[in-house]
Design a protein around this ligand. Sequence first.
Ligand code: NAD
Ligand code: TDX
Length: 337
Amino acid sequence: MRLLVTGGAGFIGANFVQQTVLEHPDVTVTVLDALTYAGNRASLDPVAGRVNFVHGDIADLDLVDELVSGVDAVVHFAAESHNDNSLADPWPFVQTNIVGTFSLLQAVRRHEVRFHHVSTDEVYGDLEPDDAAFDETTAYNPSSPYSATKASSDLLVRAWTRSFGVRATISNCSNNYGPYQHVEKFIPRQITNLIGGVRPRLYGAGHQVRDWIHVDDHNRAVWAILERGRIGQTYLIGADGELDNKSVVRMILEAFDLDPDGFDHVTDRAGHDQRYAIDATLLRTELGWTPRYRDFRTGLAATIQWYRDNEPWWRPYKASAERAYAAAGETEINPVL
Ligand code: NAD
Ligand code: TDX
């Protein structure tokens, strides 16, 4: 199989490419990535010489058409992915997540190429503490510019499937953790703060809940859907990993042998989604997928070790990520607990 992977120099895409080279050696991989602030060529160093890398934009219709004409399937990870950035400047989210997905859909339609669209549980909005988890029938209700543009891209995929017969599947996954995640994101930000002797930063009171899944489990689910998923079907991906943010920060501090209360509360995110939770019954029963990482503390410890061992990978990005938070007005607060 010849596979085009968009966003393959980003967090989940790079882990996907590494997993594919290891576990599917018969697959020829081409990566298309614009190397935005979130892309890092070094994330593909372990597979150097075993994948083709094209530096380009998914919204470039001619380039995308040419690349898609030479493959059997596309796995589409490329996106602007950070909620906080979408609040500061939504435009790149509209351009890449909506226009970029449109460009890919036009090419897979023209060349009749199989398409898998990687999306997020955030398209469903958020849940109250006692609500049932999201499933494939949950209505779309996005909250942030990021999640609204991802929801828009999902709807484009559904329309191209129904109207033009594009052979597409969609997956909506919960929060990923693992190696190669940008230091702007919650878990790597706190780990790299602590490596530098800086206290973790918890938004508001830290009661928001996220449903954590290891990136390798997400990517094995993507492979299961690519190989055995039903065309036109949406699959939710999650590993029953619900935790509130405060508990995660305390676990990270404990893993560093530090006082679990040694963090600061900072300005809360505008419109902050309260809770995400995934019901992955369809993926488990229909495709036989199960997560390999069942213990969050173990996966977290391995992730912390990875950031300790790979400081040259993340260090160049740390100061600019922290500058962006400062520029957005992040300050220490006393939340109502
Ligand atoms: P990321 O921000 O780490 O990586 C995104 C990659 O896309 C980068 O390499 C970037 O250079 C590239 N890119 C951005 N704009 C581009 C463009 N116009 N053309 C080509 N390449 C471009 O993101 P991630 O966390 O790896 O997320 C990957 C996908 O998974 C996204 O679609 C995201 O919505 C989805 N997702 C992420 C999570 C999560 O927890 N991180 C959870 C569910 C779904
Ligand atoms: O410093 C922080 N302190 C903090 O308390 C940061 C950066 C975040 N947070 C909170 C906000 C969220 O409740 O932690 C939680 C996780 O934050 P992010 O890592 O920014 O992730 P989230 O907004 O939940 O979105 C992630 O999961 C779904 C990905 O970034 C998205 O791409 C994906 O779609």
